[in-house]
Design a protein around this ligand. Structure first.
Ligand code: K7E
Ligand code: CUA
Length: 659
């Protein structure tokens, strides 16, 4: 970027700020803490820990990252929907089934939103859920091991954006479709695109989460064809309801940037899921054919299995009254967010010049009084004014997402005017605004989406970085910014780079997660069929063309480390068991010519690398993780002979031949 372009950019940002100023709210420069003061507030002394875990979506990288707050240090990258070169996720034979779908193996997806499990509306530190947008799925990460342990594909969905938002006792996570498409069998799906209005439908799936965390699709609502964008569960008084933002109520199927911005208002869809449960209990709803994968990682064997599911229960909310209602919401709402009390529902219309705040109490009264302004595709539309608590006037440009601090304040991100705007939920007055650098997307306050936010900090995840860091070619790291929100004025404390492109993130007090963190897997609980639980069990077995190496690793050798009798045409499976029973001692395994990858084996676990030798010779393998002073000695050799050779299969450790 030239200086000139960079100046232009700065000018554009200034112009955006001016526009918002001319709208009647003065932008303030951040009430910046003095440098020394800010540095002290984010400084985490060597040897001490951060106060919060920030679980951050990676967007187009399909991962989550774990960041410490307030330091902004990246602690870990968690592979979820993408194969990961750091630990072999998606490459090892054990983990490959995690990325299986009804379309086959999908090694890369797009993860936008995080939901942490809750009990009674508060974080409980058990699981983090994430959504795959492109091949619709929901994943569950166990916060004891920080591993992806379950992935459920969502059938009849296309673009799983409005997902995986969660109810206050983790009864359900939801997944709704961004793109409406024709549903049903081949004949129903093979229709002209311009028959959108007649043939295209949306779906909203409610996924049951049981006490162990296991997910299953409880039911799917088939909705009018439109786009679902985001969602939040009711809580407290609105428990039992769920709110979804929608756009493209125009039902456009081409040039959406124009054609889906025609109507003055789209909708927030209110779903009474307790009502849906009543209908199901009364035997309503229809089992329909659907093909979707359910993948589970077994905790003891560390082997994932993928099961293809065949049906899903669907409900038609046009026919089954009182499950859904529409609330008009200005101009293509993006975020819809529910305040900690559950009374207020905030709609953020990306193209709107105000932020409407709806009242759950008023919504219930309006529904009871049938105070409707009409119907949309057979669903009642509540009168806007009847459900409205009030509007935040001239908040800024391009409102996207809102978080809460538990002290009666809301914080909304303004994508176009690049700022965070703090306002009072009760009076709807703008209280403060702070610039972001630049074009902010989601915000995260620790506990922000729960009934009891922890307040204290707010992180802004920005879409555009431009000049904030040293340039690294055409692509720059995305950028996050940490604000102190404990006082009346927001104070910018820290910029930090992110992994991938963060969309939503949640932050949870370290005290709810840290004490439960697993240090190693117990060898005695390892049920992997190819585990060697001691060097005495290390061996090599031939089964036709397959050679299975039951290998162990411990500081600082593999057993066996000399193998002969492998021939061209064989498939060699290295099943490596890490015998260590100590925290933070993984071993790695790499062998030349492996077309899959390397593997990294946690203490007590077994992982498998498949290797098909393609030439005769002696090939070295070695440990890739620096595990001891003699790590460089942690190696071995395998001899590969011609296909017709009669070298017999043998293996050893520490045996030397004639000198
Ligand atoms: Cu606003 Cu995908 Cu939640 Cu990004 S979405 S910012
Ligand atoms: Cu094991 Cu290095």
């Amino acid at each position: 970027m030239t200086t000139l372009q960079s100046k232009k950019w700065v000018f554009a940002m200034a112009a955006a700020a001016l526009v918002s100023a001319s709208m009647g709210c003065k932008p303030t420069t951040p009430d910046a803490a003095s440098v020394g003061d800010a540095a002290e507030r984010v400084y985490v002394k060597p040897g001490t820990h951060d106060e919060f875990y920030n679980i951050v979506s990676g967007g187009f990288n399909g991962q989550m990252s774990v960041v410490g707050l307030p330091s902004g240090r990246v602690l870990r990258i968690l592979p979820v929907f993408s194969a990961h070169p750091e630990n072999g996720y998606g490459f090892s034979e054990e983990s490959k089934p995690m990325l299986n779908t009804s379309h086959g193996y999908v090694p890369w997806d797009d993860l936008h939103h995080i939901s942490l499990s809750q009990t009674k509306g508060e974080h409980d530190g058990r699981w983090a859920f994430g959504n795959a947008n492109n091949t619709p799925r929901i994943a569950r990460v166990d916060l004891k091991s920080f591993e992806t342990v379950e992935i459920l594909e969502i059938p009849n969905s296309s673009g799983n954006h409005s997902s995986p938002f969660i109810t206050e006792n983790t009864e359900y996570v939801v997944a709704s479709t961004r793109f409406s498409v024709p549903l049903g069998g081949d004949a129903e799906r093979d229709v002209p695109i311009n028959t959108f209005k007649e043939n295209f439908k949306g779906t909203v799936s409610f996924i049951k989460v049981d006490d162990e965390g296991h997910m299953s699709i409880a039911f799917q609502l088939v909705t009018p064809g439109m786009s679902f964008d985001l969602a939040r569960a009711g809580k407290g008084k609105s428990h039992g309801w769920f709110f979804f933002s929608t756009y493209n109520s125009e039902q456009a199927y081409t040039l959406l940037e124009v054609n889906a911005s025609q109507r003055d208002k789209d909708f927030i869809m209110a779903v009474n899921w307790k009502k849906a449960e009543e209908y199901i209990a009364a035997g309503k709803g229809k089992m329909t054919k659907a093909k979707y994968a359910h993948n589970v990682m077994d905790h003891n064997s560390h082997i994932a299995t993928s099961t293809m599911m065949e049906e899903v229960l669907q409900l038609d909310p046009v026919e089954l009254k009182d499950i859904i209602y529409f609330i008009p919401c200005p101009k293509s709402p993006h975020g819809t967010d529910v305040d900690p009390t559950g009374e207020y529902i905030v709609g953020s219309g990306k193209l709107a010049a105000l932020i409407p705040v709806f009242s759950f109490t008023k919504l219930m009264k309006a529904i009871e009084a049938q105070d409707f302004e009409g119907e949309y595709a057979g669903i009642p539309v509540v009168r806007y004014e009847s459900a409205l608590h009030g509007e935040v006037k001239k908040p800024g440009l391009g409102p996207l997402h809102t978080e809460f601090d538990g002290r009666g304040n809301a914080y909304t991100s303004m994508f176009v005017s690049s700022e965070v705007v703090k306002w009072s939920i009760e009076t709807l007055e703008v209280l403060d605004r702070a610039p972001t650098y630049y074009s902010v997307g989601h915000l995260s306050v620790p506990g922000g989406p729960t009934a009891k936010p922890h307040g204290k900090y707010l992180v802004a995840y920005n879409k555009i970085t431009k000049d904030r860091y040293l340039p690294t070619g055409p692509e720059l790291t995305q950028s996050a910014q940490l604000y102190d929100i404990s006082g009346d004025k927001m104070q910018l404390l820290l910029d930090f780079p992110t992994i991938g492109e963060p969309h939503y993130a949640e932050a949870i007090p370290a005290a709810l997660v840290e004490p439960n963190s697993i240090k190693f897997y117990k060898l005695e609980d390892n049920t992997h069929p190819y585990a060697a639980k001691g060097e005495g069990q290390a061996r090599v077995e031939r089964k036709g063309k397959e050679v299975h190496v039951y290998m162990t690793s411990i500081r600082s050798h593999f057993s066996p480390d000399n193998i002969e009798g492998v021939k061209l045409g064989d498939e060699v499976y290295f099943h490596v068991t890490n015998l260590e029973q100590d925290w933070d001692v993984p071993h790695g395994f790499a062998i030349k010519g492996a077309n899959t990858a390397e593997i990294l084996i946690m203490p007590g676990a077994t992982q498998t690398l498949k290797w098909v030798p393609d030439r005769v010779g002696v090939v070295a393998f070695y440990c890739t993780d620096f595990c001891s002073a003699l790590h460089q000695e942690m190696q071995g050799y395998i001899r590969v002979s011609p296909a017709n050779s009669d070298v017999e299969l043998k293996y050893s450790l520490g045996e030397t031949g004639p000198q």
